[in-house]
Design a protein around this ligand. Structure first.
Ligand SMILES: *Cc1c(COP(=O)(O)O)cnc(C)c1O
Length: 423
């Protein structure tokens, strides 16, 4: 059901040059998926995907996406520098953040990025910081309340709580922001919203689009502003569990097109461009964490120790997130052993799987931990002095390219101050 994009013979060759653990990305899968996304929105002439850099901040990946025609969505000064180093500037950058320090707005402006304001107070702060208001500007909307989709006996298909989220402006505030920005010289406006995360539903984007399209029509009437683009942001999810069905991006694009034709086109707004800022959907399934079984322990439960830990992939530890595991070479063996698959951090949450039924694992087996391509390496840290691993790209021709070397103790010590010269 969930099949790794790499084979055991390929992996055995890779580990001769690169010791486990490492993150491995699938060039063919990434390219195919971007092309499917772009095809799904090809009906909208201005459509642009701005890949959410925070999901996978790796130059080799960002450049690959750039070459497929994607822009980048940045949220910090350093992410802006990273975009610049990858040759992405101007309106190919969307800058979306809250609590923004002055120098971040200045850097975004210097690069010519489209700035997406999170709060009404950001209007004056931006003017004070960069001395002007850019002609093209965007505002983030938060409708409040709860956002739900598709209620059934099993519950809601999608449920999230914008009313509890720190992002965006209220309905009144966004109208006020538009009016102020217009007076201050803005000419082309965007609307942005992110209402639910990791949605598994072809209806999320269309439902969000309908809300934003309706808002766009109202804001145009109320303020006379020219709405140039609407940003559906991120939130389209991936099936982490083998029994979940993947989103159908063509159906999603078609659902958004219907909303566009029913709401925007009749209002004479058939020229509005759409953008997305997908992260998880773009990379999640096309990256995995490769690790090796190194220890067994039998106490009150059966433990398999591996050479990766939560510092390499923290989603299971902090969200209890499910990540599928394939024991390489045993894909067809019966899953008749129950294990906790654990790393070596001094934290009991450092478990990639709890009570997971897997084939019998032998010492030295290679394990592929699936769907680690987004918010995987990116959330890594150095707790316990366990350092970040390498990142590798499996090229379309089967060769392997190093995207980032593994950290060494020297990297760990680089920021530390040793007062004596002994260190
Ligand atoms: C995190 C984030 C995204 C990407 O979200 P995914 O769930 O990975 O698609 C997009 N836009 C903004 C502003 C974000 O903070």
């Amino acid at each position: 059901m969930k099949k790794p994009f790499v084979t055991l013979p390929q992996l055995e060759k890779i580990v001769q040059d690169y010791p486990t653990p490492f993150h491995l990305y699938d060039e063919a899968g990434i390219r195919q998926n971007v092309r499917a996304l772009k095809a799904a929105f090809a009906w909208n002439p201005g459509y642009q995907e701005y890949f959410a850099v925070k999901a996978t901040p790796t130059p080799g990946i960002l450049k690959l996406l750039r070459d497929e025609g994607c822009g980048l969505d940045c949220s910090s000064y350093t992410e802006l520098l990273l975009a610049q180093k990858c040759g992405v500037t101007g309106h190919n950058i969307m800058f979306s953040a809250n609590d923004v320090p002055a120098r971040e707005f200045a850097k975004a402006h210097e690069l010519g990025a489209i700035i997406n304001l999170d709060d009404l107070t950001d209007v004056d702060f931006l003017q004070e910081t960069i001395g002007t208001i850019p002609e093209t500007i965007s505002c983030r909307f938060n409708p409040g309340g709860t956002f739900t989709l598709g209620e059934s006996k099993e519950g809601f298909q999608v449920m999230d709580n914008p009313g509890q989220a720190k992002y965006g402006m209220t309905r009144q505030q966004i109208a006020l922001a538009y009016q102020k920005l217009k007076v201050m010289g803005a000419k082309h406006f965007g609307i942005h919203a992110f209402l639910a995360s990791n949605t598994l539903s072809n209806d999320y984007y269309p439902a969000l689009a309908r809300i934003l399209f309706q808002l766009a029509v109202e804001l145009k009437e109320e303020t006379g502003c020219h709405i140039a683009f609407i940003n559906l942001s991120g939130g389209v999810g991936i099936p982490y569990r083998p029994d979940q069905a993947a989103n159908d991006i063509a159906a999603i694009g078609e659902g958004v097109r219907r909303a566009y034709e029913e709401v925007l086109a009749p209002a004479g707004m058939g020229d509005v461009a759409l953008c997305t800022e997908l992260g998880r959907f773009m990379l999640g399934p096309y990256g995995c964490l490769v690790t090796r079984a190194t220890h067994f322990k039998h106490i009150y439960k059966e433990y398999v120790g591996v050479d990766a830990c939560a510092a390499n992939l923290m989603r299971p530890a902090i969200y209890g997130a499910y990540h599928h595991i394939t024991v390489m070479g045993k894909e067809d063996a019966p899953c008749d052993h129950q294990y906790d698959v654990v790393g070596g951090l001094c934290e009991n949450s450092d478990k990639f799987a709890i009570d997971r039924m897997l084939p019998k694992i032998d010492l030295g087996d290679l394990l592929v931990i699936h769907d680690a391509g987004a918010h995987g390496f990116a959330m890594g840290y150095q707790y316990n002095g366990r350092l970040r691993s390498a990142e590798l790209l499996l090229r379309e021709d089967g060769s392997v390219k190093l995207l980032r070397r593994a950290e060494t103790p020297e990297d760990y010590f680089a920021t530390m101050v040793f007062d004596d010269e002994e260190g």
